[in-house]
Write a protein that binds this ligand. Structure first.
Ligand code: KIV
Length: 271
């Protein structure tokens, strides 16, 4: 008798199958239990605990301040809210770039302490040794190429990457290298759509786009951006499905009005 619930989980193997069968892969970010539950009830294939938590949750300008302990805390909260989707967590800046053993330790801590199913790392050839060691330990790795926010001070801006031929060529060879190493998929962030198409056709692992056009094998967005909680962030690639900032702000305004006027709580809301 199985002690496991009979929920059919999305796995890294499902990702491979979805690409082979040309079924697009849907991913959203989450950083907490409540949002994770909402996202999963909407039917996403995977939930990403992105280090964009640094911006969205903590109000930092970049993702660089995020620590491994903070990422593990967010990942633990999300894992408790998800029963079917694949759960992937970012390894934050400074926890894998400098040395492969450190990278392995960071990935092992993330897996053991949070219960996620895979980790995501930014970069190509420069981090190949780290990616390899993590994969050798049996931990699934998702790559991330193009605009890699952990390198923002090297780029200088959040503009579209790989418009020049030399950078486009490097991006294609990095994607192929990540596939050869054994990554199960790769995020392509903010690159020209025709380059994303070329990458998607040149690797057998799924490409997941964010600002990379319609030809990727899947798409990812930051949840708070797609439901319009963040009015100050309006890149061209973002489709907003709600205007939640305005709706939430109006609800708060109504609550304040009701408290001030003495209308809340009324008799039915009292013991
Ligand atoms: O940190 C993040 O949310 C991400 C996605 C935008 C891909 O890496």
């Amino acid at each position: 008798m199985s002690v496991h619930n009979e929920v059919k989980r999305v796995t890294t193997e499902s990702f491979r199958k979805m690409k082979a069968e040309q079924e697009k892969i849907s991913i959203l970010t989450a950083y907490d239990f409540t949002i994770a539950k909402i996202i999963e009830s909407g039917g996403v294939d995977a939930v990403l605990i992105g280090d964009s938590a640094a911006n969205v949750m903590a109000g930092h300008e970049t993702t660089l301040p995020m620590t491994l302990d903070q990422m593990i805390y967010h990942a633990q909260c999300v894992v408790r809210g998800v029963s079917k989707a694949l759960v992937i967590a970012d390894l934050p800046f400074g926890t894998y770039q400098s040395n492969p053993k450190k990278a392995l330790n960071s990935a092992v801590r993330m897996m053991k302490e949070s219960g996620v199913h895979a980790v995501k790392l930014e970069g190509g050839a420069e981090i190949a040794d780290s990616v390899k060691l993590i994969l050798d330990a049996g931990i699934p790795v998702m790559g991330h190429l193009g605009l890699t926010p952990q390198s923002i001070y090297q780029f200088g801006t959040y503009k579209v990457r790989a418009k020049e031929d030399f950078e486009a060529q490097k991006l294609i060879s990095d994607a192929q290298l990540l596939e050869e190493l054994g990554c199960f998929s790769v995020v392509l962030e903010k690159i020209p759509a025709d380059l994303a198409k070329r990458v998607t056709e040149s690797v057998s692992i799924p490409t997941i786009g964010i600002g990379a056009g319609p030809d990727c094998d899947g798409q990812v967005l930051v949840f708070q951006d797609m439901i319009g909680m963040n009015k100050g962030f309006s890149p061209k690639f973002l489709r907003r499905y709600m205007d939640l900032f305005d709706q939430m702000s109006e609800a708060v305004g109504n609550y304040v009005k009701d408290v001030k006027s003495g209308d809340f709580p009324n008799q039915k809301e009292s013991y």
